[in-house]
Design a protein around this ligand. Sequence first.
Ligand code: SAH
Length: 216
Amino acid sequence: MNDTLKHKGLRRQLIQLLREKGIQSEPVLKVMEHIPRHFFMDPGLVNFAYQDQAYPIAANQTISQPYTVAFQTELLDVQNGQKVLEIGTGSGYQTSILLGLGVQVYTIERQQILFKKTQRLFSDMGLRPKKMIFGDGYLGMPTEEPFDRIIVTAGAPEVPKSLLNQLKIGGKLVIPVGEKKQQMLRFTRTSKTSFDKEKFGEFRFVPLLENKTGSI
Ligand code: SAH
């Protein structure tokens, strides 16, 4: 697949729209302006890549809406070189933005078909997350903790304790919480046992799959 001038033009318009919708982080906007979202879309939907909408990918999942990706990434507030855990690799679009921001990405996907497809895409694109696993994001990645940042890209019915426990002191977890609709929450670990909680707006995500409903 190519990244043409037409794609670049559409991307510039999308970035302008994200600014108008309130995204302010220049590093986030700059990286998103350079990432070819059409590489991450299902082949039949490539022409919609620069619409600000979520679209279906394999296994009944979605590639998140660019605004949502920008919003969550802005809230995550990453610094160069940090260790970031992502739950829900999906299409890999969010992963590629984190990599573009210069962090070390550890990512977990629950659907094997997506895991395999996206692993192949990363290798074709020369993108290198530190670690990419097929597994259950509820558990986090105990072999690699603690993390500076954790981002969950599916709607969680409640906040998984294991994720809070895998944060460094000062680390942040950005997670949409709720059943039908989700509220965007950001937890900051202030000590071994305490967390600050901030609430942001409402969003709609595909659900974070629990063990019993997953396809493992
Ligand atoms: N970041 C992705 C968003 C994909 S949608 C993107 O930009 O495309 C959410 C993803 O979370 C889906 O791929 C879904 O399969 C995955 N997921 C759902 N439950 C999960 C779990 N328990 N652990 C890991 N991934 C999960």
